[in-house]
Design a protein around this ligand. Sequence first.
Ligand SMILES: [Cu+2]
Length: 49
Amino acid sequence: MLAYTRVIGGGESDTITFSTAKLKKGEDYTFFCSFPGHWAIMRGKFFFG
Ligand SMILES: [Cu+2]
């Protein structure tokens, strides 16, 4: 795991900043919600290129 936010509720937002030093160029990375049961649909990917 590279970074995480505090727990937020519906309609709220948070911002995180993290180092990309450990990311490899040209790879996909997954972000997801770790609240129990949410992971299955509350997730996505970003591309580091
Ligand atoms: Cu969630």
